[in-house]
Design a protein around this ligand. Structure first.
Ligand SMILES: Nc1nc2c(ncn2[C@@H]2O[C@H](COP(=O)(O)OP(=O)(O)OP(=O)(O)O)[C@@H](O)[C@H]2O)c(=O)[nH]1
Ligand SMILES: [Mg+2]
Length: 169
C-alpha cells in the first residue's frame, strides 16, 4: 500500500513567520535564505517533514516578497493543502488579500493561521473579519505545541491516499 503523503505549502507576506513555523515544526528543516535588513528572508523555499497521526507531511515554505510570485507558483504545484500565515501585527493589506483570493479560487483546502498573537499590537480579531468560510486559528510560530496541534487539526480534514510527493524528496 502506498504511504500516505501530503504536500502542504505555507504562504504569507514578507516576515509573517513562514520560515519560523517550519523550523519549529521540524528542527531539521532546510531553508534557502539571504541576509536582509533586520534578518534573513527566504529567496527560494523552506522544506521540512513532520509526521502527523502516521501521515507523512511535507512542508514547503514560500518566499513572502511580492517579486517571488513565480516561486510561489512553482512551489504550489501539486499541493494537497495550504496554510496562509498572517502576521497579527500587520493590516490585512492588498497582498494578503491577493494570497487569500488565490487560495480561495484554487479550491485547494487551506487554513489561515494568524501568527504572533503574543506580540504587542496584535489584532487577530480585526484580521478575522476579512476572512469567511475558512478555518482561522491564532498561533505563535515559535510555540511548537500550538503550531503542531493546529497543523494536526488541519491535516485531519485532508483526504487520504493522494501521494503526490515524489519518493526522491
Ligand atoms: N514575536 C514573534 N515573532 C515571530 C513569530 N514568528 C516569527 N517571528 C519573527 O518574525 C520575523 C520574520 O520571521 P520569518 O520566519 O523569517 O518570516 P517569513 O515569513 O519566513 O519571511 P520571508 O521569508 O521574508 O517572507 C523573525 O524575526 C521571527 O523571529 C512569533 O510567533 N512571534
Ligand atoms: Mg521565510
Amino acid at each position: 500500500m502506498a504511504e500516505d503523503k501530503l504536500k502542504i505549502v505555507v504562504f504569507g507576506a514578507f516576515g509573517a513567520g513562514k520560515t519560523t513555523l517550519i523550523k519549529t515544526l521540524d528542527p531539521q528543516s532546510k531553508h534557502v535564505e539571504a541576509d536582509g535588513v533586520g534578518g534573513s528572508t527566504t529567496i527560494a523555499l523552506d522544506f521540512g517533514k513532520v509526521e502527523v497521526n502516521g501521515r507523512h507531511v511535507y512542508l514547503f515554505g514560500t518566499p513572502g516578497q511580492e517579486r517571488f510570485e513565480f516561486a510561489r507558483e512553482i512551489i504550489g504545484k501539486g499541493m494537497d493543502g495550504a496554510i496562509l500565515l498572517v502576521d497579527a501585527t500587520c493590516p490585512f493589506d492588498e497582498f494578503v488579500r491577493h494570497l487569500y483570493d488565490s487560495l480561495t479560487g484554487s479550491h485547494i483546502p487551506f487554513v489561515v493561521m494568524i501568527n504572533k498573537y503574543e506580540e504587542v499590537g496584535a489584532q487577530p480579531a480585526a484580521l478575522k473579519k476579512h476572512m469567511g468560510g475558512v478555518p482561522v486559528h491564532t498561533i505563535s510560530a515559535k510555540n511548537r505545541q500550538v503550531a503542531f496541534n493546529t497543523l494536526c487539526t488541519f491535516v485531519a480534514t485532508l483526504p487520504h491516499g493522494h501521494g503526490h510527493v515524489d519518493h526522491t524528496i
